[in-house]
Write a protein of this length. Structure first.
Length: 159
């Protein structure tokens, strides 16, 4: 697992195996973090209750030290939608499914129910929103990894 341009709590590195063990044996994909300036769409109660969460990204840098110092009960929530490839794990089965589904990348309209609209696909994280719901995808909540997602220094997206 490789995380670039993100701040990883030192204790978190030791916990990944523990959290992976909490996933169902047929898991495909888990986001350990996502872009805080967008949504996180998850099933809070799998198969029953969904939630679309929004976060105040402007507070992330200010409160990060407080956040990192606390212990949280991290839960894998069934992932329906999110943006940002901050840090993730993919099972071998999930990797093959993603290759088959996502490539070659196509410029197409992708429905994002958590945003209540379709968006044109230009990036892999947009394409993944098309398939999170059909894969065995999860998000770590709270996130184990965060990024400030500074569009001013992004090599992917400009402000």
């Amino acid at each position: 697992m490789r995380c670039t341009r993100c701040n990883l709590r030192s204790v978190v590195k030791e916990l990944f195996a523990t959290y992976l063990a909490r996933l169902p044996p047929d898991w495909d994909f888990i986001l350990w973090g996502w872009n805080f300036d967008s949504i996180l769409h998850v099933e809070v109660i799998e198969g029953l209750k969904q939630s679309v969460m929004q976060f105040d990204a402007s507070k992330l840098g200010v409160r990060t030290l407080d956040f990192q110092e606390k212990e949280y009960n991290v839960l894998p929530l069934r992932l329906m939608g999110a943006f940002g490839m901050v840090c993730y794990s993919v099972s071998p089965k999930g990797a093959q499914r993603l290759i088959d589904l996502c490539f070659p990348l196509r410029n197409e309209m992708v429905p994002v129910p958590g945003l209540r609209r379709n968006i044109i696909n230009y990036t892999i994280d947009t394409m993944l929103n098309k398939y999170y719901r059909t894969l065995q995808s999860y998000a770590s909540f709270p996130p184990l990894v965060w990024t400030e997602n500074d569009k001013g220094t992004s090599d992917v997206q400009r402000a």
